[in-house]
Write a protein that binds this ligand. Structure first.
Ligand code: UDP
Ligand code: MG
Length: 363
C-alpha cells in the first residue's frame, strides 16, 4: 500500500508516492492511516545523513542515533545516502536497513560529493521537518530537539552552531571563522557557523532550494533568498573519532567562489544587467573621459599622444565596458529562457488566503 501526499504538499510528491494516486480509493486521512503499517505512514521527521567511507563510525552512529530518536517520541525516518563509499560502509548500511524499516539507504553510483548526497536525501525525505547531520559522530543527535523547538516557534530553517568546535585551529577553525564572517556579511543571513551539518528545515521550503556544486554550506542563505526564516542554536560538537576529514584546505577557495555565486544569485539572478551593466558603464565612462582628454590634448594643444599609456588604458576600459554591458544583456536573455522554459516564477508564495475555494498556492 502506498501513501498519498499530505494535503498542501501534494506538489512535492515524487514517485513512488504519487504514481498510484489516481487509483487510490478515497478514505479520510485517519481511516487511511489506520490501515497503513506504522512504518508506511509519513513520518514527522526525516533525518538525512550523507556518508562517505565511514565504516568505523556506523555502529556508534546507529546506536546513538536510534537511542536519541526513539526517546523523542515522534514518528521518524532515517535516510542515509552512501555517497559512493569504497570501504565496507554499504554492507553495514544494507544490513541495518534490512533489519529496520525506519532506515532507507540510498547508494549513489559514485562519489558525487556531500551536496549531491544531501540533495538525494531531500528528494527521498517524506517528513514535515528534515534534519541533516554528519555520519562521522561529530554531531550529536541528542541536540535535535533544540532544533525542532525552534522550528515549532515558526522558523523555516534552524542551523546548528558548533560553539565549542572540536577541530584543529589552523587549517579548520581559522579558515572557517573567516568564511563565516564573509558569508554573513555578503549573504546578510547572520549566522555564526555555516559549516555545521546539523540543521533542520521545513520540507516545504526545501523544495524551492536547488543545490549545485558544493552549495550545501549555503542552504540557509539560499533558503532565505526564497523567503525562509533562519534561526541558530548552539549545539555540541565532538572530535572526529575515526578516519579523516574528507576535505582539505583547498575547500577555502571553493567556498570563496561559491560565495560569489550565492551573492550573485541572491541579488542579481533576475537582473544580471544591473551588476554587469553598472561595472560596464563605470568602465566605459572612465575610458571615454580619458579618450576625450587625450583628443583634447591632440587637437587643441597639438601634443603627440601616440606613446601615452593612458591611451591604452582608455581603449581597454571602453572595450571592457562594452563587453560587460553585452554580458549583462546576454544574462538577461538567459534568465528569461530559464524562467519561461520551465515556467519558473520569479517569486515564492508562502500562503494564499482567500474565501474562494479554488485559490491555492501553485509555487
Ligand atoms: N561526505 C560525503 N561525501 C563526500 C564528502 C563527505 O557524503 O564527498 C560526508 C562524510 O561522510 C560526513 C560528512 O559528509 O558524514 C561531512 O564530511 P567530513 O566530516 O569529512 O567534513 P568536516 O566535518 O571535516 O567538515
Ligand atoms: Mg566531520
Amino acid at each position: 500500500m502506498t501513501i498519498s501526499p499530505a494535503p498542501g504538499i501534494g506538489h512535492l510528491a515524487r514517485p513512488p508516492y504519487n504514481d498510484t494516486m489516481s487509483t487510490q480509493t478515497r478514505l479520510s486521512a485517519p481511516a487511511r492511516d489506520a490501515l497503513l503499517a506504522p512504518q508506511a505512514r509519513p513520518p514527522k521527521l526525516s533525518v538525512v545523513i550523507p556518508l562517505y567511507n565511514e565504516e568505523e563510525s556506523i555502529p556508534d552512529l546507529r546506536a546513538g542515533l536510534l537511542s536519541a530518536l526513539e526517546s523523542f517520541d515522534i514518528p521518524f525516518e532515517v535516510i542515509i545516502v552512501d555517497d559512493g563509499s569504497r570501504d565496507g560502509s554499504f554492507a553495514l548500511l544494507r544490513a541495518w536497513a534490512q533489519a529496520d524499516p525506519r532506515l532507507t539507504v540510498i547508494r549513489l553510483r559514485r562519489n558525487f560529493g556531500q551536496t549531491a548526497a544531501f540533495s538525494a536525501g531531500f528528494d527521498q525525505a517524506r517528513g514535515e521537518v528534515v534534519v541533516t547531520m554528519d555520519a562521522d559522530l561529530q554531531n550529536d543527535p541528542r541536540d535535535i530537539p533544540l532544533l525542532l523547538a525552534k522550528i515549532d516557534e515558526g522558523y523555516d530553517i534552524v542551523s546548528g552552531w558548533r560553539k565549542d568546535r572540536q577541530d584543529r585551529f589552523w587549517d579548520r577553525r581559522l579558515p572557517s571563522m573567516i568564511a563565516n564572517r564573509l558569508i554573513s556579511n555578503v549573504t546578510e543571513v547572520r549566522l555564526h557557523d555555516y559549516g555545521c551539518s546539523l540543521k533542520a528545515y521545513r520540507r516545504d521550503l526545501l523544495q524551492h532550494v536547488r543545490l549545485y556544486g558544493e552549495l550545501h554550506r549555503f542552504i540557509p542563505a539560499l533558503a532565505s533568498q526564497v523567503g525562509g526564516t533562519v534561526a541558530e542554536v548552539p549545539v555540541n560538537h565532538h572530535a572526529r573519532q575515526f578516519g579523516k576529514s574528507k576535505y582539505g584546505i583547498s575547500r577555502a577557495i571553493r567556498v570563496a567562489l561559491d560565495l560569489i555565486t550565492v551573492w550573485f544569485l541572491g541579488g542579481y539572478a533576475t537582473r544580471p544587467i544591473h551588476v554587469f551593466g553598472t561595472i560596464g558603464l563605470a568602465s566605459a565612462s572612465a575610458g571615454l573621459l580619458a579618450g576625450i582628454y587625450l583628443t583634447f590634448l591632440k587637437f587643441a594643444l597639438g601634443q603627440n599622444i601616440g606613446g601615452r599609456p593612458l591611451l591604452l588604458l582608455a581603449v581597454l576600459l571602453v572595450v571592457i565596458g562594452v563587453q560587460l554591458i553585452t554580458m549583462g544583456l546576454l544574462g538577461e536573455m538567459i534568465i528569461r529562457t530559464y524562467h519561461e522554459s520551465q515556467q519558473k516564477p520569479i517569486y515564492f508564495v508562502r500562503e494564499i488566503v482567500s474565501a474562494a475555494p479554488e485559490a491555492h498556492a501553485s509555487t
